[in-house]
Structure formats: structure tokens, C-alpha cells
Design a protein around this ligand. Structure first.
Ligand code: PY5
Length: 305
């Protein structure tokens, strides 16, 4: 996949893609002190709809608060920057949006509280992140970093080294995606996705205190499932519960709802995407395109029609 567009939003200006550059002594490059979001916008044929923009921007401010850095914009300004970026590029297809606030002061100092924070919004056409027909996953040896060591609830650049190591391990062994255990051996997340399992007609996902990112797609799935009277129970999930689940699926902005059809060489259910996963994925595809009345509140149109 090639990531490219015409324009980038950088500290208040729309600049050409090629000109969106930063200095090599940028703090975030050295210490991972960036706060980012992954947002999708879907092209309906008539308009471009941003999914859960408010929630993503809100999470950015929470991440900054946890890090101790200050984003020098209001939430409203960040939301407007996202819309401005999409309009400048005049996208007429599905895109992925990556707002990133990063500590930009060229210094070796670690105390970020007084350092400058820059903001960029990058957006580019984007298709599937993982094969939608189902993936083969492996439980990797790297453990999910515990939230007493790094705030995994925050989407901070440096924390993603944990995910990078996990995915490199899974891919180098021939798998599509990694499943990470926490220090106690419970399965908590994919490298860039939250996990759900269906077992005996019920849905389960790890609780938010279990060293996971509090995913916005996770929240969407919990709400969509509840609409059919299917409550999702938040509980620790063991490796053997995953192996013997009827269905396993990963959720995230990039991954959307991706069926996991095999874990560590063991087929999940009959080795094909299960009915609950399929039903949720279909509904999700409608919700993000503003086709479900009840959830139109979750989409922000980019162009005035
Ligand atoms: N867990 C981790 C570790 C994540 O990186 C992500 C998002 C999620 C869960 C799901 O969160 P949400 O539903 O709020 O997106 N990952 C990024 C994404 O845009 C991609 C990282 C490579 O989906």
C-alpha cells in the first residue's frame, strides 16, 4: 500500500505533502512522545463521512493529559483541522486519517510539560488493513505491556514498540496477526486491535482495566450487539477459551471487524467467519456510512451538499 495525498495540515497551515517535514532533533522522534489517532472516513458516493470524530479527538486529549504534554489547540480546532485536511485534498473515496500531536522542541530534556507540541493531520486513501475474509493469528511471546509500566489506554507513539515487536514476531512466523497475552497469560489484544470471542451464544471481551486500548470500535461493537439483546461480558479471556471459541474477531478503526479463522494452527469453529462476526461486520459497514438512523450521530459529513 502506498500512502499519499496532496496536502497535509501542519500547525495551522495546509502544506503540500512533500513539504510536511520536521527536524531530526524532534523530541518525539527520539522518545516516542507523540499522541496520535487513527480515524476513518467513508465515501458514500455523495459525501465523505468521518466516523466518531468527536470520540477520537476526545481520546487524543486524554492521551495528552496522561503523558503530561499540552496540545496547543482546542478539541474544536482539532476537529476543524481534520475536516479542513479532507476538504483540501477533495477526497472522493474511503480514507484513513492520522492526526498526530508530537513534542517538537529540539532538546534532550525529558520533562515534556513545558515543551512545544506540534499538530499535524495526515489523510490518505485507504482500503483494508487486514484480509476481511478472515486471518490466521498467533499468540506471540511478547507480552502486552502492563498499565503500571506504560499507560496503554493512551495512544502514545512510544507504546507502539510493544505492538511492533508482536506483529514482527507473528509475521515472521507466517501469521497475519499477533495476539498478545498480558503478564498473567490472559489474551488481551491484537497488535492494533481489540479482541472479542463468541462462546456458547455469548460475546466476551477483556475489560478496559486489562492493559488494553479503550477502543472506539470496541465500544461501537458493544453498543451494536446490545441492540440485538446480545450483551458483551467484559472478562479476562484465557488462551484455551480462544482456541475453543465458536468465533473470534478483532476490531479497530483500521481492521474494522476482522474474523480470526485460525489461532496457533487451530481452526476457530469450523475455520470460517462465524454468523455473529458476519452480522456485526455487515451492520458496522452500514453504521459507518451513516445508513443506520440511530447512529447517524456518529458520522460527520465533510462536504456541504
Ligand atoms: N488496540 C490497539 C493496540 C490499537 O492500536 C487500536 C487501534 C485498537 C486497539 C482499536 O482502537 P480503535 O477502535 O479506537 O481504533 N489501532 C490503529 C487503528 O487505527 C492502528 C494501529 C496500527 O486501528
Amino acid at each position: 500500500m502506498r500512502f499519499h495525498a496532496q496536502y497535509v495540515w501542519l500547525d495551522g497551515n495546509i502544506v503540500k505533502w512533500e513539504d510536511a517535514k520536521i527536524h531530526v532533533l524532534t523530541h518525539a522522534l527520539h522518545y516516542g512522545t507523540s499522541i496520535f489517532e487513527g480515524i476513518r472516513a467513508y465515501w458514500t458516493g455523495r459525501n465523505l463521512l468521518i466516523f466518531r470524530l468527536e470520540d477520537h479527538v476526545e481520546r487524543m486529549f486524554k492521551s495528552a493529559k496522561i503523558l503530561g504534554a499540552k496540545i496547543p489547540y482546542t478539541a474544536d480546532e482539532v476537529r476543524r483541522a481534520v475536516i479542513e485536511t479532507l476538504r483540501a485534498n477533495d477526497f472522493r473515496e474511503d480514507v484513513y486519517i492520522r492526526p498526530i500531536a508530537f513534542v517538537s522542541t529540539p532538546t534532550v530534556t525529558l520533562d515534556v510539560r513545558t515543551l512545544d507540541v506540534s499538530l499535524a493531520v495526515i489523510a490518505f486513501p485507504f482500503g483494508k488493513y487486514l484480509p476481511p475474509q478472515g486471518i490466521r493469528a498467533a499468540v506471540v511471546s511478547w507480552r502486552r505491556v502492563h498499565n503500571t509500566m506504560l499507560p496503554v489506554m493512551a495512544k502514545i507513539g512510544g507504546i507502539y514498540v510493544n505492538s511492533v515487536l508482536a506483529l514482527v514476531e507473528a509475521r515472521s512466523k507466517g501469521f497475519d496477526e499477533a495476539l498478545l497475552m498480558d503478564a498473567s497469560g490472559y489474551i488481551v489484544e491484537g497488535s492494533g486491535e481489540n479482541i472479542f470471542i463468541a462462546r456458547g451464544g455469548k460475546l466476551y471481551t477483556p475489560p478496559t482495566h486489562a492493559s488494553i486500548l479503550e477502543g472506539i470500535t470496541r465500544d461501537t461493537v458493544i453498543k451494536l450487539a446490545a441492540d440485538w439483546g446480545m450483551t458483551v461480558q467484559e472478562k479476562p479471556i484465557t488462551r484455551e477459551e480462544v482456541y475453543t471459541a465458536d468465533e473470534v474477531f478483532l476490531v479497530g478503526t483500521a481492521a474494522e471487524i476482522t474474523p480470526v479463522v485460525e489461532v496457533d494452527g487451530r481452526p476457530i469453529g469450523d475455520g470460517k467467519p462465524g454468523p455473529t462476526t458476519k452480522k456485526l461486520a455487515e451492520l458496522y459497514a452500514k453504521v459507518v456510512r451513516g445508513e443506520v438512523e440511530r447512529y447517524v450521530k456518529w458520522v460527520t459529513p465533510v462536504y456541504s451538499t
